[in-house]
Write a protein that binds this ligand. Structure first.
Ligand code: LMR
Length: 328
């Protein structure tokens, strides 16, 4: 099954068809929106598929659907609650309608790097967040890392004023909307799969994303350049439905959970390196990358950090304090 799955993963995106699982196996459709290589999530999902299909052959079988070929992030959680897909790993910004707790991850300059995010997520507070949507039918399984966000636009961005009046695509998150408004920009929530076209046609002027997404979606090709702001993070929650998860035989569920935990540990340790490689690939492909001086970066902090105040009630001042003490 594993070899067949690997061979067929090419035909998935070409035809939308997938027939790698054997009769009688529990089929785990895993839907995501990014590319599969040079991407922390893409690599982790493929490794999870390979391991389940080898180690649980005859019992369970994962079919990964990358690149929004099955669902985009706006649809996948509803599809999961309907039982049409069993696993996904949307970014934490995409859970807005299910929980407000994850808003802490969208607040600009909350975490200084992915190690700080990791420390927060592995704390008791972070681990409890995985269970925060059970009442709504969703069970968080593991946090997967991507990396730090950068801004790109159709003109150079060096000071926050440069973003003023521009239209920026954002993920569907009230925090990200407020962040762009704080810059005097116009936020446009939009599905990930539509961003390249929107940048290319000028429907939006800019966007924010990690190096792996800027490289994987080729955003740099249709932007003037990317500014290394490291102003926020993109991270994921591997999620399933409570109904499906509880319907599994406990031994099967434990084995899937163990494989997922091991894949998480292995791949999370590599996420920063994967993004650095993607950044170098952007540069090698001719993408313009701009660095900020300490003074310029401070101006972005001063412009965006006031957004925290608006969401303090949702995320809790104690959680903000905990995140800040990790940064120190
Ligand atoms: C985005 O929508 O920009 C990202 O969440 C996509 C992803 O899954 O990394």
């Amino acid at each position: 099954v594993a070899a067949a799955a690997a061979a067929l993963s090419i035909s998935v995106s070409a035809t939308g068809a997938f027939a790698a699982c054997d009769d009688g196996e529990i089929v785990i459709k895993f839907s995501h929106v990014t590319n599969t290589d040079r991407h922390p999530k893409g690599i982790a999902a493929t490794l999870f598929q390979t391991r389940v299909n080898e180690e649980m052959n005859g019992t369970a079988c994962v079919e990964v659907y990358p690149n929004s070929t099955l669902y985009n992030d706006d649809q996948v959680l509803e599809a999961m609650l309907q039982g049409d897909v069993q696993m996904a790993a949307p970014s934490l910004s995409k859970f807005e309608t299910f929980t407000k707790q994850f808003r802490i991850f969208d607040l600009p300059f909350m975490f200084k790097n992915i190690d700080a995010v990791d420390a927060f997520q592995t704390s008791d507070t972070g681990q409890a967040m995985k269970d925060s949507m059970q009442r709504r039918g969703l069970q968080g399984l593991e946090f997967w890392h991507n990396g730090m966000k950068q801004f790109s636009a159709n003109k150079p961005l060096l000071m926050p004023e440069d973003a003023k009046g521009l239209k920026f695509r954002v993920q569907p998150s009230d925090v990200l909307v407020a962040q762009m408004e704080a810059l005097g920009a116009s936020p446009q929530p939009m599905a990930f799969s539509e961003v390249y076209g929107a940048l290319q046609t000028g429907v939006v002027d800019g966007q924010e994303n990690t190096w792996s997404n800027i490289y994987g979606q080729k955003f740099f090709e249709v932007q003037d350049g990317t500014t290394e702001t490291n102003h926020g993070i993109i991270d994921y929650l591997v999620v399933t439905s409570v109904d499906w998860w509880e319907s599994l035989d406990p031994a099967v569920r434990d084995q899937i959970a163990t494989i997922l935990r091991e894949v998480t540990e292995t791949r999370n340790a590599e996420s920063t390196a994967v993004n650095e490689e993607a950044k170098q690939a952007v540069i090698a492909a001719g993408g313009e990358v701009r660095e900020l001086t300490a003074e310029q970066r401070q101006a972005w902090v001063d412009a965006m950090k006031p957004v925290w105040e608006k969401f303090e009630g949702d995320v809790g001042t104690d959680n903000i304090a905990a995140a800040q003490s990790i940064n120190a």
